[in-house]
Design a protein around this ligand. Structure first.
Ligand code: SAM
Length: 276
C-alpha cells in the first residue's frame, strides 16, 4: 500500500469513526430503529431522493452485490430487502457496526468486511459493485477501479456517485472559504463543511468534471451506460425551494446543471480494453 493511500484511509477512519456520516440528521440515539429511520427519511426524502431510481433496487433481486463504503447501510439494507446477496466493505469500524445493526434491526442478512479492497478478498463474480460518495475519498482510485473490475463478473455493472466540480454546493464552499476561511486551505475547509472532519485533518476529496471521471472509468475498463448529474436540494433556492418536490422536475433540472453528484452506471468492457 502506498503512503498516499495509507494517509487517505487514516483520515477517513479518524473522521467517520468520530462521527458517522449524516448522523447530525437524526435526533434519536445512534443505533436505535428511530435513528436509522430518521437517517433514511432524510436521505430518500430530502438530500438524495434520486438514489432508488439510480440504483433500481428491484433489479438486484438474486444478484450478488458488493458495496464499497457502507455508511449507515441504508442503501445496503434496501438492496438486501429487495433480494440482493449483499457484501459491504469499509475501512471505518463505526460505519460497519452501524450498518450491521441496521441490517439486524430489519431482519436482513449481509456480509460485512473491515478493510481495504486492495488488501482483502471480498469474493468474486459479483453482478454489481455499488459505491455512493466514496471513490472521491480514495487516493488510489485507479487501482481500486482495476480491482473492482477483477471482482465483477464479465457482465457485471459498476454504479458510482462522486462529487462534481460545477455544482451549487462546491460554489457555496468556495465562496464561504473566500469569506471566512482565512488561513485555512480550501481542501481543509471543504472537508470540514462537507464531511465534518476536524479542522486541520481533512479527508481526501476529489472534485472533478464529468469528463475527468468518465475518462478515468474508461481507462480502467468500464463503459458508461448511463449518466446523471444529481443532488440539488430545496435549501439551495431560498423561499421557493420549500415549495418544490425534493425529487420533482424543477429541482432535477437544476441538478442537471449544478448537482453535487456525478452518477454513473457502467458495464465492464471486454478484457484488454484497460489503458495503463
Ligand atoms: C461519505 S461516506 C459515504 C457512505 C455511504 N456510501 C453513504 O452514501 O452514506 C464515505 C465512506 O467511505 C468509506 N471509505 C473511505 N475510504 C475507503 C476505502 N479506502 N475503502 C472502503 N471504504 C472507504 C468511509 O469509511 C465511509 O464509510
Amino acid at each position: 500500500m502506498t503512503d498516499g493511500l495509507r494517509e487517505s484511509i487514516a483520515a477517513a477512519q479518524a473522521t467517520w469513526n468520530r462521527k458517522a456520516v449524516g448522523s447530525q440528521r437524526a435526533s434519536a440515539s445512534a443505533g436505535t430503529p428511530e435513528y436509522f429511520e430518521q437517517i433514511r427519511d432524510y436521505r430518500y426524502g430530502y438530500e438524495t431522493p434520486f438514489i432508488p431510481t439510480f440504483i433500481d433496487f428491484p433489479s438486484l433481486n438474486g444478484r450478488k452485490v458488493l458495496e464499497i463504503g457502507v455508511g449507515h447501510g441504508i442503501d445496503g439494507a434496501e438492496m438486501a430487502r429487495h433480494g440482493a446477496l449483499y457484501t459491504g466493505i469499509d475501512v471505518t469500524q463505526n460505519h460497519l457496526s452501524l450498518a450491521e445493526k441496521n441490517f439486524q434491526l430489519n431482519g436482513l442478512s449481509g456480509k460485512f468486511i473491515e478493510g481495504d479492497l486492495l488488501e482483502t478478498n471480498p469474493g468474486h463474480d459479483f453482478d454489481a459493485v455499488y459505491s455512493f460518495g466514496v471513490m472521491h475519498h480514495i487516493s488510489a482510485e485507479a487501482e481500486y477501479l482495476a480491482r473492482v473490475r477483477e471482482v465483477l463478473n464479465p457482465t457485471g455493472r459498476l454504479m458510482i456517485a462522486v462529487y462534481s466540480k460545477w455544482s451549487m454546493f462546491n460554489a457555496f464552499m468556495v465562496t464561504s472559504w473566500l469569506l471566512k476561511g482565512r488561513g485555512r486551505s480550501l481542501d481543509d475547509w471543504r472537508s470540514q463543511v462537507a464531511e465534518h472532519s476536524e479542522p486541520g485533518h481533512p479527508v481526501t476529496i476529489k472534485i472533478r468534471s464529468r469528463r475527468e471521471v468518465q475518462s478515468l472509468l474508461e481507462s480502467r475498463g468500464f463503459r458508461v451506460e448511463k449518466y446523471g448529474k444529481k443532488g440539488f436540494v430545496q435549501n439551495y433556492l431560498p423561499v421557493v425551494g420549500k415549495q418544490l418536490a425534493p425529487d420533482g422536475r424543477v429541482l432535477d433540472a437544476f441538478a442537471s446543471a449544478l448537482g453535487w453528484y456525478h452518477c454513473f452506471v457502467c458495464q465492464v468492457t471486454p478484457s484488454g480494453n484497460q489503458k495503463t
